[in-house]
Ligand binder design. Sequence first.
Ligand code: UDX
Length: 440
Amino acid sequence: MRMSVIGTGYLGATHAACMAELGHEVIGVDVDESKIALLSDGKVPFYEPGLPEILERNLTEGRLRFSTDYREAAEYANVHFLGVGTPQQRGSYAADLTYVRDTIATLVPLLKGDHLILGKSTVPVGTAAELQDLADLLAPEGTTVEIAWNPEFLRESHGVDDTIHPDRIVVGLRDGSPAEPTVREIYASQLAEGIPFLVTDRQTAELVKVSANSFLATKISFINAVAELCEASGADVVALADAIGHDDRIGRKFLGAGLGFGGGCLPKDIRAFMARAGELGADQALSFLREVDTINMRQRDRVVQFAKDTFGGSLLGHRVTVLGAAFKANSDDVRDSPALNVAGQLSLSGAAVSVFDPQAMANARKVFPTLTYADSLTDALSGAELVILATEWQEFRDMDPQEVGKVVDKPNIIDARNVLDPVQWRDAGWNIRAMGRTLS
Ligand code: UDX
């Protein structure tokens, strides 16, 4: 099938390349000329394992191309995916729908014939209906535009696999919508694999996405709250998570206690969910998410406090190395990154902070130009009085405490992601502190 994907960020670029990989003919459109130039050249403007290979293959084989011109998308296809960003509004918890509305306002007047727009962006419940009204208003005479919602659940760093082999496909349609057969055709190969296909109304589909992300955020904050209790009582949160995780009603995934969640989705999605609940008069229903958010943000302060404790209360003039700038491993995304937040707080408290991340250095520099960025892991560790493992990259997990001990000035480490073996580090002479773990 022919289709366009509007918006070529983490979500849209991955979706466009994966749809081509499934055999469709795809045009990706974005207003950002530099992004389109890179993608057209076979270069992914961000770090996403596996994506460069399928981008290049599908460009070469002619199933994929990119443009900054909405007109090309309008003329090329009758199915359009909407993958533009819905960031948090400045000064408010609500999602900013400017890009979503602008896309409809630009694309729809250019359409001729019958078109289906499938929203992928995470939006507040009620958005699809609002966009349908806008599209009906702007559609040229004789043109029909159907808007349906098809939420995207991909995780950054697993984007390709999550798109090609998703856990489920959800599509929200309005009453009497003719779109279901088209959606089935788009995802035919996945449906043949037996991937669950759920057809709902539009509101439910919109809510599925924010509910899933809110549940995941709640799970992380739950274990981080318990981690605080573990510290207060001398228990070990990792052993505890293993034990409760064996109950398959609970499950071990997303019970990784540590510095908490960040990124472009979880933090802003729980806030937008609360904001929308308030608008709908149901704010009490989601007030617990405020606590989820608070627990999450508190983990960053706790790590900074641990760092201060290391030096008897003041960070002034101390050399601290922060390992990690991305919000999670295998990503170069620093949006709302807990690691970078901690590095920034340490620096503002007077520490001399050196940061190293295997992929996110360029993005981190843009957000926090005043921090010192090291050229390599060894360079970052050299002369440190305290090391903080803030993002769980394999390169950091694999560090040998004996070797690292030779490079640093003082053997102090905070494992803010609970990925090191504390006994091994302690036996190598380190003073190690880990979140929610009592290491006597
Ligand atoms: C998330 C959802 O998982 C995905 O389904 C949705 O489409 C987009 O939002 P993503 O933002 O890529 O994906 O990251 P994810 O892998 O979910 O991790 C989110 C954050 O939680 C990261 O900062 C990660 O470090 C943190 N995390 C995750 C924990 O602190 N503990 C855990 O046990 C798991």
